[in-house]
Design a protein around this ligand. Structure first.
Ligand code: HEM
Length: 333
């Protein structure tokens, strides 16, 4: 199956994203187990601490590039809580993953490979540690993957490492772009900014509408497993089809006035920002929780957010902002 557009030129396929069922199932089950609402509720206070601390430098400096500061550093702590990384590894993850993402966008193959290897080394170290000292599968993704026994056998170790390597990255790519897009929107719509500041209870609904409008993953692909006809087009078996989630989310036949921000869309649940079906984002609950907290802290700790320069846009495979210079006025708390 081809899942990512463009797909890895080296042909590397890591589970769960690049695997089809039934091979996909045990990897997905193992990760799902670690992201249940009860676990998310347990880590919520830690996420709030991380957000409050990691937003500090932006506030102290009166602004800065929100994507490359708070937007990159805070998600590293979120991923670290999920995977139970050591504190020393968090800053390494933030630096390595963001360099990898930038190198991927510039198609710098040598740097992509080097940074990818560093993340493989982190994933391998996790596997070695959890083999020696297993933790409860419900709260530790590496232990959960190692505990899987499809057909009575453990999952191949190199694929467990691959799934963890993918896990290190997936939670780092979309959040800075989405947060950047949301900040641009809020800076341009001061009334909405103030409304959400005064009514944080509106943030979950606002977040879904922001995901629809600023869908960070342009799209993924599927391969037709049999001949099929879609909207009058015949698709042969074995042909990869790109699904452009960002475009679907602005389909005017589904979302009237698609470029408008609206808090009361009755069908907002139909947006494709987290995908759909078997590969729907496994980290959706964690992404919603962690970014709602990020927005709460950002709005609570500021009295105004303004744009302070040019927005830098991303390239394939993402869409949105990768650099958003802000001027922030800290709130008196
Ligand atoms: C704003 C944040 C995020 C967005 C917009 C997002 C979006 C997506 C989308 C659209 C897919 C579907 C891919 C497809 O259709 O083939 C996906 C898959 C996935 N996401 Fe996320 N994601 C986010 C955050 C996260 C986080 C925080 C994690 C980790 C906890 C995560 C882990 C994954 C994994 C492992 C998959 C592959 C699932 C599978 O193939 O079964 N994502 N994500």
């Amino acid at each position: 199956m081809r899942a990512v557009v463009p797909s890895d030129p080296r042909g590397i396929r890591r589970p769960p994203l690049n695997f089809d069922a039934p091979a996909h199932t045990p990897f997905r089950r193992a990760l799902d187990r670690t992201l249940h609402p009860a676990r998310l509720a347990r880590i919520e206070p830690m996420l709030r601490e991380h957000a409050a601390r990691e937003i500090g430098p932006l506030l102290a400096a009166g602004g800065g590039d929100v994507c490359r500061s708070f937007g990159t550093n805070y998600p590293a702590f979120v991923v670290a809580e999920w995977l139970n990384l050591e504190r020393d590894d968090v800053h390494r993850l933030a630096a390595t993953a963001s360099t990898w993402v930038d190198a991927w966008r510039r198609q710098d193959a040598e740097l992509v490979t080097r940074k990818s290897e560093e993340m493989y080394a982190m994933a391998r170290a996790l596997v070695t540690d959890r083999k020696a000292r297993p933790r409860p599968p419900e709260t530790d993704p590496a232990s959960s993957l190692l505990a899987e026994r499809p057909d009575g056998e453990p999952l191949p170790e190199e694929l467990v490492v691959g799934a963890l390597r993918q896990s290190l990255v997936v939670g780092m790519v979309a959040p800075p772009i989405l947060l950047g897009g949301i900040c641009v929107h809020l800076a341009r719509d001061r009334a909405l900014q103030q409304r959400l500041r005064e009514h944080p209870e509106l943030l979950p609904a606002a977040f879904e509408e922001f995901v629809r409008l600023y869908t960070p993953y342009r799209g993924f692909a599927r391969t037709a497993s049999r001949p099929v006809e879609l909207h009058g087009r015949a698709i042969e078996s074995g042909v990869p089809v790109t699904l452009v989630y960002a475009s679907a989310n602005r389909d005017e036949t589904v979302f009237p006035d698609p470029d408008e921000f609206r808090l009361d869309r009755p069908n907002i649940g139909r947006h494709l920002g987290f995908g759909r079906g078997r590969h729907q984002c496994v980290g959706m609950g964690l992404a919603r929780l962690s970014l709602r907290i990020a927005l709460e802290e950002l709005l609570r700790r500021t009295s105004d957010i303004e744009l302070a320069g040019e927005i830098e846009t991303t390239r394939m495979p993402e869409v949105g902002a990768q650099g958003v210079p802000l001027r922030v006025t800290p709130a008196i708390l």
